[in-house]
Design a protein around this ligand. Structure first.
Ligand SMILES: Nc1ncnc2c1ncn2[C@@H]1O[C@H](COP(=O)(O)OP(=O)(O)OP(=O)(O)O)[C@@H](O)[C@H]1O
Length: 231
């Protein structure tokens, strides 16, 4: 579904991702792991075409999207839940969700049923400002906004980082359900090894912008984690 080939990524003259080859298969949950600063977010931004210069190719469903504008990648089916959520201040919960609809190809400007079934509480808060929700609720809102784009692949950057524990479980369940019950391909940057092992079919550990180790969830041994992540 997604193929990165000889991907290099730069901020100005800082070279962050080096000759990276990676395949994401349709229907899987793929987990990106690694210490802080190794380039996980930069890899996601390269996929979305946000704020980073790249060389090499990114193939999505058979087409090279590496020079395609961000909004067009969203229209093709890449949904993004950024680190820090980026809820738009001043907009209501409903309007934050509907922002996602702009990327739809079918012109629908309604909240997908899936959002209500995963996050029913949002219905009771539609008129509130999105930024007035708690951190965990904002994260759910950010996922709802990404789902409103009608994605085939959902890209999530540390979705439970800094979230209150009672909501972490709800978010983790939603992510697993989106993959298993709704068929979305998931790319997940995650620091929580426990959740990575539960959710992921396959993983890659990055080190200094390169893949240092990869495999199936069963290959994600304590030894690998210790060696490459110091945990
Ligand atoms: N906008 C930017 N301009 C310049 N350098 C940046 C920018 N964003 C990130 N970097 C640098 O790129 C490197 C990789 O950062 P990145 O955020 O991709 O790492 P990460 O693996 O996602 O880490 P974290 O877990 O801390 O988010 C770091 O050295 C970081 O300082």
């Amino acid at each position: 579904m997604l193929k990165f080939r000889k991907l290099n990524a730069f901020y100005g003259t800082s070279h962050i991702i080096h000759d990276l080859d990676l395949d994401i298969r349709k229907g899987e949950t793929f987990c990106l792991l690694g210490r802080n600063g190794v380039g996980k977010t930069t890899l996601l931004r390269s996929l979305l075409g946000i704020d980073v210069r790249t060389t090499g190719t990114i193939e999505f469903d058979g087409a090279d999207i590496s020079a395609t504008p961000t909004h067009e990648r969203a229209r093709r089916g890449v949904g993004y839940v950024p680190q820090g959520r980026e809820i738009v201040p001043g907009l209501s919960v409903l309007d934050n969700i509907l922002l996602g609809c702009n990327a739809r190809t079918d012109g629908q400007m309604t909240v997908p049923q899936l959002v209500w079934s995963l996050f029913p509480f949002l219905k009771d808060h539609l008129g509130r400002r999105g930024t007035n929700l708690s951190g965990g609720q904002q994260q759910q809102l950010a996922i709802a906004r990404a789902l409103a784009t009608d994605p085939s692949v959902l890209v999530l950057d540390e979705p439970t980082e800094g979230i209150q524990p009672n909501i972490v479980e709800d978010i983790e369940k939603a992510i697993v359900s989106l993959n298993r019950d709704h068929g979305l391909t998931i790319i997940l940057v995650e620091q929580k090894i426990r959740f990575a092992r539960t959710a992921a079919h396959r993983f890659a550990i990055l080190e200094k912008g390169r893949v240092a180790a990869s495999g199936t969830a069963a290959d994600l041994s304590n030894d690998l984690i210790h060696r490459h992540m110091g945990l």
